[in-house]
Design a protein around this ligand. Structure first.
Ligand code: FE
Ligand code: FE
Ligand code: ZN
Length: 278
């Protein structure tokens, strides 16, 4: 069974989001842990979570992905921002540890003139303060398009971060198709080679989730501009190939394509389900 869904708002709670995803025939979804451009988070709603859990079981929902806000930056040159990132991550994880079947995804960060090495150092330091032997939520570093001073545009940078974390068995990777394409990994013409490289550098067993997006910008543009499926430079067929790749077919796929409402997502989910060969 293909695990596919999209990004949803949980302002009305997890149960509501779960109902939304089943209404468009998806079985996974992603949500923001807190306001994406801000810092505010709602307290953990246990009652809503328990209802969500029950509903998920009945409807066979698969792994949910919680996305940290964009404002979170573990490697800012400003200490207040780095400290705030730790506080937010800790708080997010505290909630996720009370849940099952959920993973936590975050953008490694932007080193803001400090240099890549310092950035990598600070990101792993942040993870070392947050992750311990009891952490059960898988933590995913998202591969980035490489705009500005963003860290995580190469497999090597991600590998370096993971290597510096004490509990590296808790750290995984999320591959965003738009980002890696923009970062000059040709998943359109050389998918096998890209995955081979991923395996060589990071290890394919570290890949836990795919953000399924087309790209408004060409290969190697280093610009992060998501497009609807088939409306960008990656194209429908290449994305169908990704979903069907033997190394990827069992992973959860989360659409982060620009749509005004659920209808657009519903059509994309159907496209991939209709073209799933397993
Ligand atoms: Fe992201
Ligand atoms: Fe993404
Ligand atoms: Zn993006």
């Amino acid at each position: 069974m293909l695990k596919i869904g999209c990004h949803l708002s949980i302002t009305k709670g997890l149960l509501n989001a779960a109902k939304q995803i089943t209404s468009i025939n998806g079985n996974v979804f992603q949500y923001f842990s807190r306001s994406p451009q801000g810092f505010k988070a709602k307290p953990f709603d246990k009652e809503d979570y328990l209802k969500f859990k029950e509903y998920s079981k009945e409807n066979e929902l698969q792994t949910i992905l919680c996305h940290a806000p964009y404002t979170l930056n573990c490697c800012s040159s400003k200490k207040e921002i780095r400290d705030l990132a730790k506080i937010m991550m800790k708080d997010d994880l505290d909630k996720l540890e009370q849940m099952n079947n959920v993973m936590y995804n975050f953008h490694p960060g932007a080193h803001t003139q400090q240099g890549v090495n310092t950035g990598i150092e600070q990101i792993s330091e942040c993870l070392n303060e947050i992750v311990n032997e009891t952490t059960k939520t898988p933590i995913l570093l998202e591969l980035m398009a490489g705009k500005g001073s963003d860290i995580g545009r190469t497999f090597e940078e991600i590998k370096e971060i993971i290597d510096k974390v004490h509990f590296k068995d808790k750290i995984f990777v999320c591959l965003d198709t738009c980002h890696v394409f923009a970062a000059n990994y040709d998943i359109v013409n050389h998918l096998d080679d890209v995955l081979e490289k991923f395996d060589k550098v990071i290890g394919i067993n570290k890949l836990k989730a795919i953000h399924l997006n087309d790209s408004k910008m060409p290969l190697g543009s280093y610009k992060d501009r998501h497009a609807a499926i088939g409306e960008g430079y990656i194209g429908k067929q290449a994305l169908i190939n990704i979903v069907n790749h033997p190394l990827l077919k069992d992973l959860p796929f989360y659409l982060e394509t620009p749509h005004e409402d659920l209808v657009g997502y519903k059509q994309e989910i159907k496209l991939f389900q209709d073209n799933y060969k397993y």
